[in-house]
Design a protein around this ligand. Structure first.
Ligand code: ADP
Ligand code: F6P
Length: 325
């Protein structure tokens, strides 16, 4: 491999995220611009093991930038977690002349990318997850669209909750992280957010106390946001109804948060990240993760990125408390 005539593989892995298609498009077109060959690897690491490969050219990614999901499909793959699986995947890359792979996914997928690199295949990670739970970057592909979708759904719930003078508790996704919950809570003017990073049982008593206090000063309906990482949303609804005497409904937004046409920001940032991933491979780099920090795109070694710890944005948490008095 001389950097001039590479074959670049691209795959999407883990949960899909709106904007992944924009990243795929950017990978393919940037690579084609350098004169490299591009192979699409279907269904994430499963496709790498099954040799589920397709040739891609600039035209093959026409008309996808506005589409949610991923045209390459995605999956979670247990076999790839084994050394045998990783060796087989690297062997398949060599068999098909693939010198480098762009892995678009979350931190689990990056761990996979690192393992593939250990087997001699150059890899670059692009952060694609609605959860925003990757420590090295302030932006992940899909978070903007997912939070907008959740926000719009919560706005609708506010309408009906207001009409009936009810309390509404809404569960949003995010796996073990509370970023979607916190952003939606601020955007929807909720009264309380339950975050996995800070949750304690006494929070439910605090919710009840707050709802009771707000009712006394004339508030007619109440929005509480709960994170998937805590769960128990139905139980919390029952406890809030019992503690306040106010009719309470719960809604679990679920997978609608993963769908839909990506926002402008998700299309643009995913494009920039996909292009940067190919630039890195073209420069001969490997085992890097593309990131967005302090207003600019950058990259880190995968191992450094995996060692970083992400916490909830405590300033936003304080902001919510200040604004939901
Ligand atoms: P995400 O990438 O969204 O965090 P997962 O954690 O489900 O999603 O990881 C996606 C896939 O990445 C897994 O199904 C597996 O194939 C691969 N993967 C995850 N962790 C590892 C690991 N430690 N070693 C090798 N592959 C891994
Ligand atoms: O990582 C994205 C995500 O949507 C999480 O928010 C959620 O916990 C998980 O994936 C759901 O995964 P599945 O699609 O396998 O149900």
């Amino acid at each position: 491999m001389d950097g001039k005539h590479m074959t670049i593989g691209v795959l999407t892995s883990g949960g899909d995220a709106p904007g992944m298609n924009a990243a795929i498009r950017a990978v393919v077109r940037t690579a084609c611009g350098y004169g490299h060959r591009v192979v699409g690897i279907r269904r994430g690491f499963v496709g790498l093991l099954d040799e589920d490969f397709i040739e891609m050219d600039a035209m093959s990614v026409s008309d996808i930038i506005s589409r949610g999901g991923t045209i390459l499909n995605t999956s979670r793959c247990e076999e790839f977690k084994t050394l045998e699986g990783q060796q087989k995947a690297a062997e398949n890359c060599r068999k098909h002349g693939i010198d480098g792979v762009v892995v678009i996914g979350g931190d689990g997928s990056f761990r996979g990318a690192e393992k593939l690199c250990d087997q001699g295949i150059r890899t670059i990670g692009v952060p694609g997850t609605i959860d925003l739970d990757i420590a090295c970057t302030e932006y992940t592909i899909g978070f903007d669209t997912a939070t907008s979708t959740a926000m719009e759904a919560a706005d609708k719930l506010r309408d009906t909750s207001g009409s009936h003078e009810r309390c509404s508790i809404i569960e949003v996704m995010g796996r073990t992280a509370g970023h979607i919950a916190l952003w939606c809570s601020i955007a929807n003017g909720s009264e309380y957010v339950l975050l996995p990073e800070t949750f304690e049982e006494a929070d439910i008593d605090r919710v009840i106390e707050k709802v009771n206090t707000k009712r006394k000063i004339g508030k007619k309906h109440h929005i509480i946001v709960n994170a998937e990482g805590i769960g128990r949303t139905q139980e919390f609804a029952e406890r809030i109804e019992e503690g306040t005497g106010i009719e309470t409904r719960f809604t679990i937004l679920g997978h609608i948060q993963r769908g839909g046409s990506p926002t402008c920001r998700d299309r643009v940032y995913a494009s920039a990240m996909g292009a940067r991933a190919v630039d890195l491979l073209h420069q001969g780099q490997t085992s890097r993760v593309v990131a967005y920090c302090h207003g600019e795109f950058t990259d880190y070694s995968i191992s450094a990125a995996m060692d970083m710890q992400k916490t909830i944005d405590h300033d936003f948490d304080k902001l919510l408390h200040k604004l939901s008095r």
